[in-house]
Design a protein around this ligand. Structure first.
Ligand code: AHR
Length: 824
């Protein structure tokens, strides 16, 4: 009778198109129902495993509109990560097993779950009997789908539905943005607040909380921070660097122009090249002088009037007839803006050097013109400004390095990101290929679709850290490449294939060698000697080492990570190893990564999340909830606020300022943080937003940059809780106001940071009673504007006292730096 009633209700509702929630309100629930599991073929299952339920296998009710409960992790973002023909079955012990096809080549994906909501790490078997069950067709939300049916208890369906509802609710919170403020805060009057410091609750916080994460993405290194002005100086660009670009090869950026008769060839010959790691070189075979070789730099070569430029090349004249090469820097109008010459006279490879002085601040190209007939072989053709950051040889572009230094980052993480673990095993970043003489370094495909010369290598990274007083944080692959690797095939070299076990010993040795290279004695250790020979006898004092980058926490990962971790712990117990907990702030990798951290006692883990303004707004308590008894600290290694269009403006910057206040509050658990990505060259950007945009002449920090800089320059190592009391009890108002009060024990300065994300002013009384005697004049910096604006911070001084009033502008971030009394 009950079943009949239910059947009639369902029939009725199917015509009425009502929701599951409504059904439950109107009926008593069934004990069990049919569960149809499927993935849509239209998108090759990229939207994941979906469900519908029915009491009669005829009328199906979708659980969650277009909602995927499990998504395939295999292979590249975009057109891959497919879930084809999923089959769901329950094992005798109640566990659900979902098996699907990955593609026509690589086999199957598989994951298990107890509740169909939380899934284990995925595995990718070559063959599996679990895929072979019967599929049926069903109409779900008006569309025919193919899948399979299980009989399940109603509570399972109910759980899925509640999970969907909860996620919808969360999404609505995470969708909160200032554009809705007109409606949300209609009629809101300026708010009154008191911010009362609670000195009795003071705690020590990390003194390296704010750092920077440098990855060679968006042409951040070659053509960016690395000051080399010649693109493809070693003729090593390779078609494999950049799929689909037919102009991307050894000739890239080079051409032969002018009169005369000459041939320009590129030869690949490991035994005859200047180094076996640098196998390509150019031959200029001049029959009749007049032709010249041109390099167009990275979008041109930007000269600064009066500046000196070091020119160098490796050259030889195989038949021994010396050849004078005219070296010119020529602008678009044909005017020579700098000129010199070198005479290549050696039959074997030799370095030739000269200096040019720029006549004007213009954009030029480089010309190399042989003055006589005959063959000249050329390689490593370089033009370097003498004006690099701190005047370092093979150094960094001064203005870009300075803007990074201005953040006062307490550490720098490098070289990635995805660049560190690479696209497939062969693309894993190998630090040893990036140190030593430039001609011996091994260039490599950059997985962001270009080329890494490795001119900016580990030595230069460590040197830069030292130059700006930042701790180096190198990140090395955990024996697995990027989780979005495309290189599977027979080798299965993507995420799902780690370094083979018989090669892991050598790989681990490389990691141990890095620590020796950084810290070893210059005379007594092999790698310390290598560092000393490169010009740095003193150890770099490396304290932190990252192993892994947001990898999927699979068995393959765990096995390799554990081997590396144990080896470092045994040989260098003082080293702070930073592990990884996946690419998101929740989900399987986050859960499994933290389990592994707890199991191994990893000192720190690297969390990553790129989120909406609403996420940051509604998760200010993310770390308040962290278990303080855990051994493992957090490194928030990658985060940024993403809005539609991926712009950086004061909306994103203020959201980050608000969240950073929460990070300072949790500076006992969160040891380090870094925004990502850091740099982006205009016209060569693979990822937005970035903290700093630049071109060859200008550096364009975003509003978010100033937030990072303000936190970096106004960091403290002692945190004082503060109580915010408002005359408005609305939670929407409360969560948009934040304060953070810290003291920098070195200077004794007290720093008050105040964030207001409301469209109205907040009239604040700051009560610093009990914090100690302070001076009455303080430095104030304010960043404020309408949400889509990109303002600059404004600095001035203000009067302060133990209790003082301050009016926070609408949509603003204020930093008030107060000196302790008796300080000049
Ligand atoms: O920051 C850009 C990329 O984001 C990093 O390379 C990677 O770690 C993350 O997915």
């Amino acid at each position: 009778m009950r079943k009949l009633f239910l059947f009639l209700v369902v029939l009725f509702l199917s015509f009425q198109q009502v929701t599951l929630a409504a059904i439950k309100e109107m009926t008593s629930t069934p004990d069990s129902v049919y569960l149809f599991s499927f993935a849509t073929s239209g998108d090759d299952g990229r939207s994941g495993l979906r469900f519908a339920w029915s009491t009669d296998k005829e009328n199906w009710f979708e659980i969650g509109r277009n909602y995927g409960y499990l998504r395939c992790d295999y292979s590249r973002w975009g057109s891959q990560k497919k879930m084809l023909d999923p089959y769901l079955k329950q094992s005798p012990d109640g566990e659900w097993i979902c098996t699907w096809k990955l593609n026509d080549r690589d086999g199957y994906g598989q994951a298990t779950s107890k509740d169909l909501i939380n899934w284990t790490s995925q595995k990718y078997p070559r063959t599996t009997p679990d895929f072979d069950g019967v599929r049926v067709k069903a109409i779900v939300a008006g569309e025919e789908q193919k899948g399979n049916i299980n009989r399940v208890v109603w509570t399972l369906v109910d759980g899925l539905d509640k999970n969907y509802g909860w996620n919808q609710y969360r999404n609505s919170l995470h969708g909160e943005r200032p554009v809705q403020d007109g409606e949300r805060f209609a009629g809101l009057k300026p708010v009154k607040a008191t911010v009362t410091v609670q000195p009795e609750g003071a705690k020590a916080i990390s003194d390296v909380l704010l750092g920077a994460f440098f990855e060679d993405i968006n042409y951040s290194a070659d053509g960016g921070l690395y000051a080399e002005l010649i693109q493809n100086r070693d003729f090593e660009y390779d078609p494999s660097d950049r799929e689909g670009d037919k102009n991307w090869d050894g000739f890239h950026s080079w051409s032969l122009r002018g009169n005369g008769e000459a041939e320009f060839l590129i030869v690949t010959d490991a035994t005859d090249a200047i180094h076996s790691n640098n196998m390509n070189y150019a031959i200029l075979d001049v029959k009749q002088p007049g032709a010249f070789l041109v390099n167009t730099g990275f979008d041109g070569i930007a000269l600064n009037a009066g500046d000196k430029y070091n020119f160098s090349l490796f050259g030889r004249v195989p038949v021994g007839k010396s050849n004078k090469l005219l070296i010119r820097l020529v602008d678009a109008g044909g005017t020579v803006q700098g000129e010199t010459s070198v005479t290549v006279s050696s039959r074997s490879w030799k370095t030739y050097k000269a200096v040019l002085i720029a006549k004007a601040s213009v954009d030029v190209h480089l010309e190399i013109q042989p003055q006589s007939a005959g063959e000249v072989d050329l390689d490593m053709i370089s033009l370097f400004p003498q004006n690099t950051f701190k005047g370092r040889k093979n150094g960094l572009r001064a203005d870009l390095a300075q803007i990074l230094a201005d953040i006062h980052p307490r550490f720098i993480r490098f070289p990635g990101g995805c660049v560190a673990h690479g696209d497939g095993l062969k693309n894993i970043y190998q630090w040893k290929n990036t140190v030593g003489p430039l001609e011996a370094r091994k260039a490599q495909r950059n997985l962001w679709g270009y080329h890494q010369s490795m001119g900016l290598g580990y030595f230069e990274y460590f040197q830069f850290c030292e130059d700006i007083g930042a701790e180096p944080l190198p990140v090395l692959a955990a024996g697995v490449p990027c989780q979005n690797s495309a290189c599977h095939g027979d080798l299965r070299g993507g995420q799902q294939g780690g370094i083979p076990m018989n090669e892991m010993g050598a790989y681990i040795q490389d990691i141990l060698d890095l620590i020796e290279w950084a810290n070893g004695d210059a005379k007594k250790t092999k790698w310390g000697k290598v560092r000393a020979e490169a010009g740095h006898p003193k150890p770099f004092n490396l304290k932190y080492i990252g192993i892994g980058n947001e990898d999927l926490i699979t068995d393959i990962f765990e096995e390799r990570f554990t081997m590396i971790f144990n080896a470092i712990k045994e040989k260098y117990p003082e080293m702070i190893v930073v592990g990884t907990v996946g690419p998101f702030n929740e989900g399987t990798d986050y859960v499994e990564g933290w389990k592994l951290a707890d199991k191994l006692g990893i000192p720190m883990v690297d969390e990553h999340y790129y989120q909406t303004p609403g996420w940051f707004l509604n998760n200010q308590d993310f770390y308040d909830k962290y278990d303080r008894s855990k051994k493992t600290k957090v490194y928030l290694g990658e985060y940024a606020t993403h809005i539609p269009g991926r712009k950086a403006n004061i909306e994103t910057a203020l959201t980050e300022a608000l969240y950073l206040a929460a990070l300072e509050r949790n500076g006992d658990v969160v040891h380090m943080t870094s925004y990502a990505p850091l740099l982006a060259k205009e016209g060569h950007t693979q990822w937005n937003p970035d903290l700093i945009y630049f071109n060859n002449r200008e550096v364009k920090p975003t509003t978010g940059y100033y937030v990072q800089k303000l936190y970096g320059q106004n960091a403290g190592n002692e945190y004082f809780p503060s109580q915010i009391t408002l005359d408005n009890r609305d939670d929407q108002v409360r969560k948009r106001i934040a304060s953070s009060i810290v003291r920098d024990s070195a200077s004794g300065d007290v720093i008050v940071k105040l964030v207001n994300l409301l469209p109205v002013e907040v009239n604040t009384n700051v009560d610093l009673s009990g914090i100690g005697a302070i001076q009455s004049s303080a430095k104030r910096t304010v960043l404020t504007g309408k949400p889509a604006d990109t303002p600059l911070p404004i600095e001035d001084t203000m009067e302060v006292a133990e209790k003082f009033d301050y009016q926070l502008p609408a949509y603003s971030f204020t930093v008030i730096r107060i000196k302790k009394a008796n300080e000049k």
